[in-house]
Ligand binder design. Structure first.
Ligand SMILES: [Mn+2]
Length: 173
């Protein structure tokens, strides 16, 4: 079950996604896809830094996602070789952007063309949606860009598959 939720405080917004297994435990396949999404999220966060444009960033995340989907056997080298550059093969399973500005609005105003600056706040929300397997997973945290990296504003909110399962087991008593 995929939740995309948020809170508003002092006119500022949050935007978070978590995905939990309805049974309380991920199947092996769900877990493989979950961990792939989490891996892409973590790598994507490392890319968001002052100087990079959001367009360049999305291109780089596309490459990371491509390799994750290859690993899951969802696409193969031939799909990539034959892909439409405007709609690359990975888009079949990840058809939305990875990040958007966040602030006074959930999708806050901001240019896609100017370089990213310290102090900007972004969502980082990769997802893999496999219609044919009835599995859709998105994980979304909010980060603030700093001069030398980023701070994950949701670092304290459980996201590891083990943490999610443990919480669900605990809620069963
Ligand atoms: Mn979002």
């Amino acid at each position: 079950m995929l939740f995309d939720v948020g809170a508003e405080y002092g006119n500022y917004n949050a935007d978070m996604s978590r995905t939990i297994p309805v049974s309380g435990r991920f199947t092996a396949r769900q877990r493989a896809i979950y961990d792939a999404v989490l891996g892409v999220q973590r790598e994507a966060m490392q890319l968001l830094r002052p100087g990079i444009s959001i367009q360049e960033y999305h291109k780089e995340v596309g490459k990371i996602m491509e390799s994750a989907l290859l690993g899951l056997g969802l696409i193969d080298r031939t799909d990539i070789k034959n892909q439409d550059p405007v709609w690359p093969a990975y888009k079949k399973y990840f058809m939305h952007g990875t990040s958007h500005h966040l602030g006074l609005d959930v999708h806050d105003v901001g240019t896609m063309h100017a370089p990213i600056e310290a102090g900007m706040v972004f969502t980082v929300e990769p997802g893999i949606y496999v219609l044919e397997e009835n599995i859709g997973i998105r994980l979304e945290n909010n980060i603030v860009i700093q001069e030398d990296g980023f701070e994950d504003l949701m670092a304290g909110i459980p996201i590891e598959a083990e943490e999610i399962e443990a919480l669900m087991q605990a809620g069963r008593g």
